[in-house]
Design a protein around this ligand. Structure first.
Ligand code: ACO
Length: 321
């Protein structure tokens, strides 16, 4: 029987932190108090002009490959979860493969499931590896959401940040990834979307992120609770077996409500939203890498990852690290 396990993690945040007060200084009509009370966000990182999704993905991947103790040439599958790719095409995964100096080896493609993207990508990599078709995957969440924010809309622009996280997933004799589940319900697409596109050399429609915050909040808490239970049931475990919960870092109140619903204390929830803001598909692997490197997540720990995002999409992955 072939299983998959996480062999290494890495992450990257561009530039210095940008605090809530920095945003006020830049002329956004908000306050540190409003943002902290509503979201828990204190700062975020914003990529400078010219730094794109594949650049962030490259830095995070380099660290993940190094921590796995492998060489780039050992990777035969690259999946980048992103909604803010460098280009319409080629995929950021293909660009990343080139930046890593990997030539003509395996497959590389992007997954677009917004803030659930990393849960989707990890679930896909697990299935490829367990099928025997691929041996070692690089799974990345990388975003430059700052590029799709309307900086005149204070209701959304204060919530997001840029960054990347990556894991190396490889074939193993013992199970690392114990269960995964991914879902979508496209009828909810209007509550979180970027409803514009490019056609005929022009932007058609609205190219900025738009959100019905309260509708998103209710939806997110419900499905994060449901998908957590689904993967726990599939692995025949309970929340009591989970050492660490890593929900998508949208908002501290969503994290708290999810943890409460699952009867998991906040001391077992990895939280980065205060320092990173919402980095969409990057938020889960960024938090995972942080907690692995600071020693909270240890080999053998049960870790429950779960994401929810535009589409609407949602997913969970339960693993033994
Ligand atoms: N600073 C100051 N005031 C603000 C700001 C701001 N940044 N943004 C909005 N306001 C004002 C509004 O103008 C409004 O003022 P008014 O009453 O005078 O009209 C007031 O605050 C309330 O606005 P709401 O939009 O109703 O604010 P709400 O209490 O719903 O909080 C928030 C907004 C924080 C987004 C909330 O809806 C929420 O937590 N939603 C969850 C969604 C989320 O976190 N999304 C992240 C991305 S989705 C994902 O990752 C899955």
């Amino acid at each position: 029987m072939i299983y998959s396990r996480i062999a290494g993690t890495g992450s990257f945040l561009p530039g210095d932190p940008v605090t809530n007060d920095d945003l006020v200084e830049r002329g956004i009509p908000t306050s540190d108090q409003w943002i902290v009370e509503r979201t828990g966000i204190r700062s975020r990182h914003l990529a400078p002009d010219g730094m794109n999704c594949s650049d962030l993905a490259f830095e995070a991947s380099r660290r993940a490959i190094e921590s796995a103790g492998v060489a780039p040439a050992d990777i035969d599958l690259i999946i980048v979860a992103t909604s803010t790719p460098d280009f319409i095409f080629p995929s950021s995964a293909a660009l990343l493969q080139s930046k890593l100096g990997i030539r003509n080896a395996g497959a590389a493609f992007d997954v677009q499931a917004v803030c659930s993207g990393f849960a989707y990508a990890l679930s896909i990599a697990d299935k490829f590896i367990r099928s025997g078709s691929h041996q070692r995957a690089l799974v990345v969440g990388a975003e430059v959401f700052s590029r799709i924010l309307d900086w005149k809309d204070r209701g959304t622009c204060v919530l997001f940040g840029d960054g990347a996280g990556a894991v190396v997933v490889e074939a193993a004799e013992e199970p690392g990834i114990l269960a995964s589940a991914i879902h979508a319900d496209g009828t909810y697409n209007p509550i979180l979307c970027v409803p514009g596109t490019v056609a005929g050399g022009a932007v058609i429609g609205d190219p900025f992120l738009r959100m019905d915050g309260q509708a998103v909040f209710k939806f997110a808490v419900r499905v994060l609770g449901e998908v957590a239970q689904e993967v726990l049931d599939a692995a025949q475990l309970t929340t009591g077996d989970v050492e660490w919960l890593i929900p998508h870092q949208a908002n501290i109140r969503i994290l708290q409500a999810t943890a409460k619903r699952l009867s998991i204390g906040m001391d077992r929830v990895i939280t980065t939203v205060d320092q990173h803001g919402n980095t969409s598909a990057a938020s889960i692997p960024l938090a995972l890498d942080l907690a692995v490197r600071d020693g909270r997540i240890q080999r053998g720990n049960h870790v429950l990852l779960e994401g929810v995002g535009g589409g609407f999409t949602w997913g969970g992955v339960l693993l033994r690290y």
